[in-house]
Design a protein around this ligand. Structure first.
Ligand code: ILE
Length: 382
């Protein structure tokens, strides 16, 4: 039975509930993440975060008695696939809303479909500037680079006393480019000199040419706006060139993949995030233990943000009276979300309205503080 049919049947039956008969409807939520390809390390952690939260919520009776059903699709970390998967989820599966996609690069391609069909799209990992300028149906709980990187840069000055840095970034990805722009502005603002700026393209594996140039300028640190796999190889090759400089990274560094490849070479890397494995709050401790019990490995920031995002949506949905009209229910969820405040695995969270741009209404960004983590012995600590 389709979502619409089920909710129609459900509302009809719920109408009899005075007579003691009530049947709950399923709440279909689309999950469009990179489950294969280079971004899968992020995407699978994200999917696990949603699954853990949805299973917990369902075990407690769902939302107002309605069960959450996740419809999971692999967008492969590719723009075209993100578009295809969004269309399938929104028009064919008729989900109430969509979580995803994993990369900002794909979000810029797929989010317009959600906004045009008045369906909430909720990014839990998109940190590039401009994501929420795509329209009023775009939400994210991922803290954007513009809010995190100036904090990370200040911490690098404090930690290592850096005065001059080299910069390296991927110039064909929306997130790595956006991170570069933010780093550049933060360095200018904090009066840190740039000795050299180098770029690479998605899928590159050899960074020796760029690193040799960087080495010649003898920077105090290397600023890197990169996704995890490239970041890890860059660190590894930096060490093989005999360079000892610490790295300062953005959200792409925030993955166990960094250590799988770069190992101890990643020591002293600084990275800002709202989440830390060391956050002793009960909500985080419980999340981490439950995640490990369910999936047999430690969670990362991406899993934590997805987990919290599902609870944020559940909180909004608990205030919504599902009508059975998909169009109305999608709008009702959109209207209920902005007021949600939540204190979960990533700490205190609220939404912040994005400023309108080019006459277009904005969506909602994350209002959350970043804490700076440092890599030691294969993990990020405070
Ligand atoms: N935050 C980045 C982005 O927005 C990556 C997400 C690291 C997995 O594209």
């Amino acid at each position: 039975m389709s979502y619409q049919m089920k909710t129609l049947v459900a509302s009809a039956l719920l109408a009899w509930s005075a007579a003691g008969v009530a049947v709950a409807a399923d709440i279909k939520i689309g999950v469009a993440e990179a489950l294969t390809g280079p971004a899968a390390k992020y995407g699978v952690a994200i999917k696990n975060g949603f699954t853990l939260a949805a299973d917990e919520l369902n075990a407690k009776g769902g939302i107002n008695g309605n069960k959450i059903v996740l419809v999971v699709e692999d967008e492969q970390g590719k723009k075209e696939e993100a578009i295809n998967v969004f269309k399938k989820l929104i028009f064919q599966d008729k989900v109430l809303m969509v979580f995803g996609p994993t990369l900002s690069n794909s979000a810029f391609a797929a989010d317009p479909i959600a906004n045009a069909s008045k369906t909430v799209v909720f990014g839990t990992s998109n940190t590039a500037d401009g994501i929420t300028n795509m329209g009023p149906f775009t939400f994210r709980n991922s803290v954007m680079e513009a809010d995190v990187l100036p904090v990370t840069t200040r911490a690098a000055v404090k930690q290592f006393g850096i005065k001059k840095v080299a910069v390296l970034y991927g110039n064909d990805d929306a997130f790595t480019k956006s991170g570069y722009d933010v780093f550049k502005a933060a360095l200018e603002q904090q009066k840190i000199a740039v000795t050299d700026t180098e770029t690479y393209a998605k899928g590159d594996v050899d960074f020796k040419a760029q690193l040799t140039k960087i080495k010649a300028t003898n920077p105090d640190a290397i600023i890197c706006s990169c996704l995890a796999e490239e970041a890890a190889n860059i660190i590894l090759q930096t060490r093989s060139l005999g360079m000892k400089q610490p790295f300062v990274g953005g959200n792409g560094f925030n993955s166990p993949k960094l250590f799988e490849i770069a190992k101890d070479g990643a020591d002293n890397t600084l990275m800002g995030s709202p989440w830390s494995a060391e956050n002793p709050a009960a909500a985080n401790k419980k999340f981490m233990a439950d995640y490990k019990a369910k999936f047999g490995g430690d969670p990362d920031q991406f899993a934590a943000q997805a987990f919290d995002a599902m609870y944020i949506v559940a909180e909004a949905l608990s205030k919504v009276k599902l009508s059975g009209s998909l169009e109305k229910d999608r709008l009702a969820l959109r209207d209920a979300l902005p007021a949600v405040k939540f204190d979960g695995a990533t700490g205190k969270f609220a939404f912040r309205r994005a400023a309108p741009q080019g006459g277009k209404e904005g969506g909602y960004d994350a209002q959350q503080d970043a804490i700076v983590n440092i890599a030691k012995g294969g993990k990020f600590i405070l």
